[in-house]
Design a protein. Structure first.
Length: 207
């Protein structure tokens, strides 16, 4: 407790500093802010975090976060179930939803194939995606993976797996710069990339 007069403050600062992007100074600023606010606000924050970790689920169909067994997007009768947008993670779902330009459903792989990191196809939700294509009469797969070497490797792998299906395979237009992350792309650029998506064969030629 060399830096703080209270072990409670030190514990709170150390725990907050575990979060990504939050250092000790920012954590201390947050702790001191909470001390100035009514105790009910801190209780609400604590309860929200506890409830999140205790009750959050993953959609059994698309693997997006959900409050129920099937997420609100998959359950929405107005969404086009014949079009699946394949993404790396939940943050990408949020980024695309913010564009208000996509009315299909999603499939969250949970990562990308990365031999350098020891991540193979079996570690991802690719088999579940293939079952959806086979059982749900899917007509188009939009590969909305981050434009990186690992992302492209994953797209190529999936393209080989679905060759025997009569399905349209498209990718985001290159308004999204190679090496970038979808979650950091502005909404207008992402919306345009989605709207002007290209057939995967054309994508290969351009590359």
């Amino acid at each position: 407790m060399a830096d703080y007069s209270s072990s409670l403050i030190e514990t709170a600062v150390n725990e907050l500093a575990r979060l990504p992007g939050i250092g000790k100074k920012t954590a201390l600023r947050l702790v001191l802010h909470l001390l100035k606010r009514p105790i009910l606000e801190s209780e609400n924050l604590g309860n929200a975090i506890i409830q999140l970790r205790r009750d959050i689920q993953f959609c059994s169909r698309c693997y997006n976060v959900s409050d129920e067994f099937i997420c609100a997007i998959c359950n929405n009768p107005l969404r086009n179930k014949k079009t699946i947008c394949v993404v790396e993670n939940i943050r990408d779902v949020i980024a695309i939803e913010r564009t208000n330009q996509y009315q299909g459903v999603y499939h969250v792989l949970g990562g990308v194939i990365s031999p350098m990191d020891g991540i193979g196809p079996e570690a991802l939700k690719i088999d579940a995606l293939l079952k959806r294509i086979e059982n749900d009469g899917v007509e188009e797969l939009i590969m909305a993976l981050n434009p990186t070497m690992d992302g492209d490797t994953t797209i190529f792998y999936i393209s080989q797996k679905i060759e025997h299906f009569k399905i349209k395979l498209t990718t985001l237009a290159r308004g999204v710069a190679f090496g970038g992350d979808l979650e950091y792309v502005d909404e207008l650029t992402l919306a345009r990339s989605l709207a002007t998506r290209t057939n995967y064969e054309n994508y290969l030629i351009k590359e």
